[in-house]
Design a protein around this ligand. Structure first.
Ligand SMILES: Cc1ncc(C[n+]2csc(CCOP(=O)(O)OP(=O)(O)O)c2C)c(N)n1
Length: 662
């Protein structure tokens, strides 16, 4: 395997020499190159991608797997007129380099820099924004059908003909999600021209799971890569000159009957493959043929690639460098954060293991995120009680609901942002039936480099409006251990706990097993008389800092940790309102969340009628771009400084200090 960085000639972490790539500013420039030159461009693009990600960190493995595919698609098709959609968008770094963004590629995922995913506002070459998986076939079909409608209106006198191609590239992992099947089901029946490229690298973040993955493996092993001749003959057979078409239809029917066809053929797609997705000599002519083919069924091109391809450390690692921090290009060694307190994810996993040791009804469910949610550790200890269901959040929730009906105690370990996918399942299958499903919501709040698509901003709002849902937020990692124990013990209905990304505070040792908390009871950490800070979640430390500062200004301050947003500790909330001039709520969540629940309660109690100064501090009502979490929270106005400013402004003693937000 070629290492694109020759260590003998290229000093560590120096940008690679890229003489041909330097001549490509936009994809149209690729049209000037021969197939041999395009191969060299692919090699240079790979080296450039590796170098760029070594400086920024990011999703490397998936991008390296699609380098040849990216060059070939852009060389053959006419983007941005032709629509190219990358599912998830985490593999789109080479695409970004080829589409006018090379000069900013080393700002990837940094504040103010390029997004780590595709984004409409970033480039006309990104026709659809992504980051959550499995949307590309649906969106691509929508574009194809819009094209067909416009074409009809052209024929009817609209005056123009829209003949653009739509190409959706989707991984085998993303293919495990319900949306992909829903889209294929629809596309197969629509007969709209759409090219789906199934990028099969036999990996999700973790090894892929499920029957579809097994099916694809069988498909590949039962059909060796097609030779170029076979591929071309197959395509020519399928897209013949019009006169031959009727005869061919019969032939196809017979072929389908004889071989049984692939699942994709049964769904109405024309299946081509499997082909080697790193072989430009195959990709280029094949894509040209698919491009020039006459109208017909949607096409599924099955390409087989290697995640991490062409970079030895990535290929050798278990996760193929799915997501990496900054690294040394020569050795592949990734930058490590200095040792600190355990991450919330780790504390969650350890606490859940501790609970599961005592109660064999506890089971855990993840939707393709075993390492991200800590369930890899749980799975090692309890392999039979751990379920990775694939990228299938909706199924994960209802599957857990089913287990709950039979007396199991399911924990759905999921990122706050991905639970959004399963909202009706939470409402209809869990909450409405009052089933004791436990939701452990990781990555609550702002998440840094992954940006707005991955922010865990909305769960308090979208769960807080559901009857019978218990909601908890951990102020620190010790609280998290208690909340896992509380969730394990809570059989009366659904319960959710949220905790942020990253490390805890390391203030106290985490107990081996948490203590069950009283449902709906908060705690007071500091008593004062003028200002009350009521925190929900991990801003508690900022509140304590703010209280110190307020006290130094002579403003006596109470700090309380609500622990529960639902049921609300109404006695605590009412007391804080009664005994203080100002009440401020703080949460790492969107508007319409904890602050709104407190406000609603106080409004009904008439607290505002008697002049309470109430300020709900939430994330701003805006999508927050990628940056360091610290910078994100600063700009969101949820730091100790902003809390102080808000309290002072509310008291009318601003002395030049501005509130966090008007
Ligand atoms: C709805 C949703 N759930 C989970 C994720 C997290 N996630 C990002 S990439 C990925 C794996 C995708 O696998 P595949 O499509 O095969 O692409 P590969 O990385 O292997 O190229 C997962 C689970 C996501 N982006 N969206």
């Amino acid at each position: 395997m070629a290492n694109p960085q020759n260590p003998a000639r290229t000093p560590p972490n120096q940008p690679p020499a890229t003489p041909l790539l330097d001549r490509v500013r936009i994809p149209a420039d690729l049209k000037n190159f021969s197939a041999e030159q395009l191969k060299q461009i692919a090699d240079e693009l790979r080296a450039e991608t590796i170098h760029a990600v070594s400086q920024t960190g990011g999703h490397l493995g998936a991008s390296l797997g699609v380098v040849e595919l990216t060059v070939a698609i852009h060389a053959v098709f006419d983007t941005p007129k032709d629509r190219l959609l990358w599912d998830v968008g985490h593999q789109a770094y080479p695409h970004k380099i080829l589409t006018g963004r090379r000069d900013r590629i080393r700002t990837l995922r940094q504040g103010g820099g390029l997004s780590g995913f595709t984004r409409r506002s970033e480039s006309e070459y990104d026709p659809f924004g992504a980051a959550h998986s499995s949307t590309s076939i649906s969106a691509g079909l929508g574009m194809a059908v819009a094209r067909d409608l416009k074409r009809l209106s052209g024929k009817n006198g609209g005056g123009y003909r829209d003949d653009r191609h739509v190409i959706a590239v989707i991984g085998d992992g993303a293919m495990s999600a319900g949306m992909a099947y829903e889209a294929m089901n629809n596309a197969g029946a629509m007969k709209s021209r759409l090219i789906v490229v199934l990028n099969d690298n036999d990996m999700s973040i973790a090894p892929p799971v499920g029957a579809m993955s097994a099916y694809l493996s069988r498909l590949i092993s039962s059909r060796p890569f097609l030779s170029l001749r076979e591929v071309m003959a197959k395509v020519a057979r399928r897209f013949p000159a019009p006169l031959e078409r009727a005869a061919r239809r019969a032939d196809e029917f017979a072929r389908g009957m004889l071989t049984g066809g692939t699942l994709f053929e049964e769904l109405g797609f024309y299946y081509v493959g499997p082909i080697d997705g790193h072989n430009m000599d195959h990709l280029l002519p094949l894509l040209r043929n698919l491009r020039d083919a006459e109208e017909g069924a949607p096409i599924l091109l099955h390409v087989v690639t290697r995640k991490g391809k062409g970079y030895a450390p990535a290929e050798a690692s278990a996760d193929k460098y799915h997501a990496v921090s900054k690294f040394n290009v020569v050795t592949g060694t990734q930058a490590k954060a200095p040792p600190g307190p355990p991450t919330y994810t780790k504390v969650f996993a350890q606490s859940l293991i501790a609970e599961a040791e005592q109660d064999d009804r506890i089971v855990a469910v993840t939707a393709a995120m075993p390492s991200g949610t800590g369930l890899d550790a749980f799975g090692k200890r309890f392999p039979k009680r751990t379920f990775d269901v694939g990228i299938a959040e909706q199924h994960a929730v209802t599957f857990a609901a089913g287990m709950a009906t039979e007396g199991m105690k399911p924990f759905v370990a999921i990122y706050s942002t991905f639970l959004q996918r399963a909202y009706d399942q939470v409402v209809h299958d869990v909450a409405l039936q009052k089933l004791p499903v436990r939701f452990a919501l990781d990555r609550a709040g702002l998440v840094g480099a992954d940006g707005a698509t991955h922010a865990g901003a909305y769960d308090i709002a979208y769960l807080g409006c559901l009857p019978d849902m218990v909601l908890m937020a951990s102020a620190d990692e010790v609280e998290l251990a208690h909340m896992v124990a509380t969730a394990a013990a809570h059989d009366a209905g659904p319960i959710a706990l949220r905790f942020p990304r990253g490390e805890g505070f390391g203030l106290e040792p985490v107990p081996a097993r948490g203590t069950v908390l009283e449902i709906g009871k908060g705690r007071v950490l500091r008593e004062g008389s003028k200002v009350a800070l009521l925190s929900y979640g991990a801003r508690l430390q900022e509140c304590l800092k703010a209280a110190e500062e307020l006290a130094a200004r002579g403003l006596s301050c109470t700090v309380a940790d609500a622990r529960f947003a639902k049921p609300l500790d109404t006695a605590l909330v009412e007391r804080l309102a009664r005994e203080h001039e100002v009440l401020i709520t703080i949460e790492e969540g969107s508007v319409c969340g904890f602050g709104a629940l407190v406000m609603q309660h106080l409004a009904w109690k008439g607290a505002f009628d008697t002049g309470l100064k109430f300020r709900p501090m939430t994330l701003p009502d805006a999508f927050i771009d990628h940056d360091s979490p610290k910078a994100q929270y600063e700009s969101a106005g949820l730091s100790a400084r902003s809390i102080v400013a808000t309290a002072v402004a509310a008291l009318g003693e601003t002395a030049g200090v501005q509130p966090a937000r008007a």
